[in-house]
Structure formats: structure tokens, C-alpha cells
Design a protein around this ligand. Structure first.
Ligand code: ADP
Ligand code: MG
Length: 614
């Protein structure tokens, strides 16, 4: 029998490859725009006729091509962007496959003009179905322009497969949006059938979004900015009331490349939980910068799906920074949530017309404090003055009638820790000093009784808040161990540790897993030497916890660190140290309860003491 296998001619191979890269006119627009950006253009014009079926023209002022490159660029796997396999791991360009132009040229009529900035003459090339029709010197402007006509002229099945003009143009416009949102510093225009749809000057990101969505959108944007070793995040979310019923304004970018991720979308939606209707879609424009070697853009031919090495860590950063931003602008359910909706309007004001609430920036908002846990009167916590804090806490204003103390025992027995401590206009008397009782409780004298603090829980709250707030921004201070700690692990425990390496590192833990042995080299400095081993056990336990939401591992770990830190010997040997602890506690948003929801403060008022002496 004769040999049957033959290599496909280039034009057929290109046509087949084209099917993957170029599915519709919008794919052409995307590829050409990306090439212009990679060429360093500062202005790019797009001109479309009949939703791209008749004409797609992209004109840029980028660096242009030499005569040789102008011809070579239509060859398959012809690219100036990747030279070695290693380059694939540090891509800073959008293109790298060298497939787009070869594919487009295989299935359309293409005319390209290009000139280098310092070249006297440029080049003009015509190519139809991979066949070069002309290739000449030409006096053309500096930069590159492509005209793509008769798309799919030789692939009728594809052409018939196209949707209505409206749908196809919608897709072009989507691609255009994704590109222009990733590059506000580049000037863009888009024309369709002679009508100018967009003319976008180079500007800031905020202004670019407003130019696209309309002036009104400016007030709807809530800025996000967070920077960690692994990811820098910036951008905006739309205020919850502008959430859509359909997935509309959801844009994620990594290293200026648009991508889709249901996993990260989940993190953002979670941050909006409780603020928008269950079926609503929050709007966002979020931009991440990640070391290119930590992502893989190679997983999908049209590259809208991207693999992240550190996706869990990024999930938790997304969740926490969106919550933080919503909280800062008082959009998250706040401490006053219940008050605003119910009884706390003073009687005299009830007849007055309601005033539209203004956005207030609450710079101390902690995204990890569960809203329902926070009791009323929680805004405007004292910075450093304890007695002022007590006043602000509203002791005496909520249940503060002295008679309430008649019920003290009952309240105690019911253990309703929802009851606010009740000191009638109580003030700390700082000069009298506070006492540490049995290394456990701090007794602070007030005008008409005592406040009792659970010292360890107070420390837990303080450490928790400090760690959670600083962890988002930079790694927690870590202390290198002279004698590394070793732990035997189960296989699963080893996997848990390895999977969470970056979160752990951000929290101050460095360790390596080898042969089911974990060696910990560094730990957060807040932990004490003697309790380290136990702390690490706790961390492992936390990591093994099945029902912890992936993205909230960080939050659970911080809780566990705080608990461990509170286990250490209390270093409260003098008045100043005790006072400083109390002051720091009152700087915390939710100082009445520990992160594990246990009561930190109790009051012993005069009536209670009187009773003891009856
Ligand atoms: P890729 O972008 O993956 O490298 P393409 O087929 O899209 O592959 O482009 C092939 C090559 O042609 C690019 O690597 C680049 O060198 C050159 N090129 C394409 N478009 C332009 C342009 N607008 N300006 C300058 N050079 C371009
Ligand atoms: Mg390209």
C-alpha cells in the first residue's frame, strides 16, 4: 500500500489554526488592538463596517515594522515577543503565539501599511487567503494600519455561523471595552458605519471608566487599593445600589490583560454579601499586578482564562480589600445598622423629614468584624482616651437606668452577653490606676463602681485587630528561629500547609514540608517562644478545618495567632502597662467582645457592691 500521510499545505494549516484564534469579527479586533498596544502605540483608531463583516480597520502610531518583518509577520509562529521557552514565564506582552496575523491572513483579504519611525519609506502588503498579492515600498504614515475585508470569504461555514449584526457588533464593543479599560493611558476611538461611538483621550483610570459609562458613574465608584508582596490590587467597585440584574460591569485584569474567573468573582460577590439582592451582580473594575512567572496565560487559545499560582491568597486579598473599601465608605452594614432602621431616632426628630444619608469615610473600619456582633454606638471610637471611650460607648445611655441593676443577677444567670455594660455616665478615674487580679482580670475604678476586663481576651482582640489590619498591607513582622521547630504531619496536613504557603508567609510563618515533616523556620513576632509549638498545632488544626471557606483561611489563621499570643505570660507589671492595654483595647472597633465572641468587659457598679454588704 502506498504512503498516505502528507503534510498539510501552509494555507490549509493556517485556516485550521484560524478556527481556534479567530471565531468572529470581535476576535480580529482584539488581536489587532493587542498588537498595536504591544507595538507601543499611544493612539489607536478602530473603524468597523457592518459589524466587521465588511471591514475592520485598526490604525496605530506604534513602532511599525521593517520591510522584512512586514512580510514575516504573516507566517505562522512568527513573533517578535518570545525567543526562548523561558520567555513564556515572564511575558509582558499580550501576544506571544505568533498566530493571529497568519490566521487572519488565511481567512480574509488583508491590507497592511507599516513604517518604522525612522524609516524613510514604509511597506504596503496585500494578502488574500495566505496568498501574497502585492508587497511594495510605500509612503505611508509611521506606525501600522490593518484593513481586514471579507472575513471568512473562504470559510463559508464560519461566515454562516455569524450572528446578527447587532450581536456581532456587541461582541466587538465588548472587546473594545476590555482593551480600553486596561489602557487608560492610550488614546482610542471607535467608529461604526461612519458614526463615532467613542473618542477616548488618554487619561486616568477613573476618568476612563467615567468616559465609558457616563458622567453619572463618577459618584458610583468606590476605590480599591491594596498592595502585598504577591499581588497589587487597584481599581473600583460600583456601590451596591448599582448592582445589575445581569452580569454587566464586571471587569478583572491581571497585568493589564482582561480575564474571566468565577473563583475571583466569588470573592468579590462575597464581599458584597448582604448589600445587594441575592440575584444581583456587583459591578467592578479591578486590576491586579502579579509577577508574570506566577500566572499562566497559556491555558486558553483566546486567553481569557488564566491560571494563578497563588489563587487562594489572591482570593482572600480580594475579599478583604473589597470589604474594607465598602466599609470605609460606610456602605457595608455598619455598627449603626440597626439604629438607622429602627428605634434610635430621638422622639423630637421623628416628625422631621428624613435627610438623605451622606457617605462618611470610616477609616477605622475592620472588614473582618461581623456586623451583627457589633453593638450600637460603635462609631467614632476613642483614639487614646479611655474615659472618653467609655462615654462614646454609650454606657448609661442604652440600658443605663440605675434600676436595671435590680435585675443584675437575673441577667447574669441568663448569660445574655448582648447586654451592654451599664454604668451610669461612668468615667474611668485614670489617676487611681488599675489592678491586675491573679494574672487574669483588670480592675479599673470608676466614679461609681468598677469595670472588670478579661485581660487575655483583651489581648486577643488587640492582637487580632492589629494583625488583620496590617496583614492586608504588608507581611506581618516575623522572627527567625534559632532552633527551627519540627512537626510530624499527615500527608493531608502537609498539603494544607503547602497550599497556603503564601498566606502563611504573609502572616509571618516560614516553613518547609519534606517527607511528612514540617520544619518551621520563622514565626510571627507576636508569638512567645514557650507556646510556639502549641501555636503551630493550632495553625495546622485551622488549616485542616473542613468548613473554612477557602478565602477565609487567612482570617481564621489570624484568629488563631491572636489566641496564641494571648496565651503568653501577661506582661502587666505596672500601672502604665495596664493603662496602655486598656487604651489599645479601646482603639479596636469591636472592643466589647473577643474575636471568638466572648465578653471582654463587665461592670461592678455601686448597687452591686452595696448588695454584697447588706
Ligand atoms: P504575536 O502578537 O503573538 O507575536 P501576531 O501574529 O499577532 O503574533 O503578530 C506577529 C508579529 O507581528 C508580532 O510579534 C509583531 O512583531 C508584529 N506586529 C503585529 N502587529 C504589529 C503592529 N501593529 N505594529 C508593529 N508590529 C506588529
Ligand atoms: Mg498578536
Amino acid at each position: 500500500m502506498s504512503d498516505l500521510i502528507k503534510l498539510l499545505p501552509d494555507n490549509i494549516a493556517n485556516q485550521i489554526a484560524a478556527g481556534e484564534v479567530i471565531q468572529r469579527p470581535a476576535s480580529v479586533v482584539k488581536e489587532l488592538l493587542e498588537n498595536s498596544i504591544d507595538a507601543g502605540a499611544t493612539r489607536i483608531e478602530v473603524n468597523i463596517k457592518d459589524s466587521g463583516k465588511t471591514l475592520i480597520q485598526v490604525v496605530d502610531n506604534g513602532k511599525g515594522m521593517s520591510s522584512a518583518d512586514a512580510l514575516l509577520c504573516f507566517e505562522r509562529h512568527a513573533t517578535s515577543k518570545v525567543r526562548t521557552a523561558e520567555d513564556l514565564f515572564s511575558l509582558a506582552t499580550k501576544g506571544f503565539r505568533g498566530e493571529a496575523l497568519a490566521s487572519i491572513a488565511a481567512i480574509a483579504h488583508v491590507q497592511m501599511n507599516t513604517r518604522l519611525e525612522d524609516g524613510e519609506l514604509g511597506r504596503t502588503i496585500e494578502i488574500e487567503g495566505s496568498v501574497i498579492k502585492s508587497n511594495e515600498d510605500a509612503a505611508v504614515p509611521h506606525g501600522t494600519s490593518f484593513e481586514i475585508k471579507n472575513l471568512f470569504f473562504n470559510v463559508p461555514a464560519r461566515r454562516n455561523f455569524l450572528k446578527s449584526d447587532k450581536v456581532e457588533f456587541g461582541r466587538i464593543s465588548d472587546e473594545f471595552m476590555r482593551v480600553v479599560l486596561a489602557h487608560p493611558d492610550i488614546e482610542f476611538s471607535l467608529h461604526h458605519n461612519g458614526n463615532e461611538l467613542y473618542n477616548l483621550p488618554a487619561t486616568t483610570l477613573r476618568k476612563r471608566i467615567v468616559d465609558l459609562l457616563g458622567k453619572k458613574s463618577n459618584d458610583r465608584l468606590v476605590p480599591i487599593e491594596e498592595s502585598t508582596e504577591i499581588v497589587s490590587l487597584k481599581g473600583f467597585v460600583l456601590k451596591p445600589e448599582f448592582a445589575r440584574k445581569t452580569r454587566g460591569e464586571q471587569f478583572l485584569f491581571v497585568n493589564d490583560r482582561f480575564f474571566k474567573s468565577s473563583y475571583f468573582n466569588h470573592a468579590i460577590s462575597k464581599a458584597f454579601e448582604g448589600l445587594i439582592a441575592e440575584k444581583g451582580f456587583p459591578g467592578y473594575f479591578l486590576y491586579m499586578d502579579v509577577d508574570p512567572s506566577k500566572i499562566d496565560v497559556n491555558v486558553h487559545p483566546t486567553k481569557t482564562e488564566i491560571k494563578f499560582e497563588e489563587e487562594k491568597f489572591i482570593y482572600s486579598i480580594l475579599l478583604s480589600s473589597v470589604r474594607l473599601a465598602l466599609g470605609k465608605y460606610n456602605i457595608a452594614p455598619t455598627l449603626d445598622f440597626e439604629q438607622e432602621t429602627s428605634f434610635e431616632i430621638p422622639h423630637a426628630m421623628r416628625s422631621q423629614p428624613a435627610v438623605e444619608p451622606q457617605i462618611q469615610v470610616n477609616t477605622e473600619y475592620n472588614p473582618f468584624v461581623t456586623p451583627s456582633r457589633s453593638s450600637g454606638g460603635g462609631t467614632g471610637k476613642s483614639k487614646d482616651n479611655f474615659s472618653q471611650a467609655i462615654k462614646q460607648e454609650g454606657f448609661g445611655t442604652q440600658h443605663a437606668k440605675h434600676e436595671d441593676w435590680e435585675n443584675f443577677y437575673e441577667i447574669k444567670e441568663e448569660k445574655t452577653h448582648e447586654v451592654t455594660p451599664v454604668f451610669e455616665e461612668e468615667e474611668m478615674l485614670p489617676n487611681y490606676g488599675s489592678f491586675l487580679v491573679k494574672d487574669s482580670y483588670i480592675l479599673a475604678p470608676g466614679k461609681s463602681g468598677f469595670l472588670v476586663f478579661h485581660a487575655r481576651r483583651a489581648i486577643e482582640r488587640i492582637v487580632y485587630n492589629e494583625v488583620i489590619n496590617s496583614f492586608i498591607i504588608s507581611p506581618i513582622e516575623s522572627q527567625h528561629l534559632l532552633f527551627p521547630i519540627e512537626k510530624e504531619l499527615s500527608k493531608q496536613e502537609g498539603i494544607n500547609w503547602t497550599e497556603n504557603t503564601s498566606v502563611l508567609k504573609q502572616l509571618g510563618f516560614t516553613g518547609s514540608v519534606n517527607d511528612e515533616i514540617l520544619t518551621v523556620h520563622a514565626v510571627p513576632s507576636v508569638l512567645e517562644e514557650e507556646t510556639l509549638s502549641k501555636s503551630i498545632d493550632r495553625i495546622l488544626e485551622t488549616l485542616a478545618h473542613k468548613d473554612i471557606e477557602k478565602g477565609e483561611v487567612a482570617h481564621e489563621l489570624v484568629r488563631s495567632i491572636a489566641r496564641s499570643a494571648a496565651m503568653k505570660r501577661l506582661n502587666l507589671s505596672n500601672k502604665e502597662q495596664i493603662q496602655s492595654l486598656i487604651d489599645r483595647l479601646f482603639q479596636c472597633e469591636d472592643h466589647a467582645y473577643s474575636p471568638s465572641n466572648k465578653k471582654i468587659m463587665e461592670t461592678l457598679d455601686l448597687a452591686f457592691i452595696d448588695k454584697k454588704f447588706e
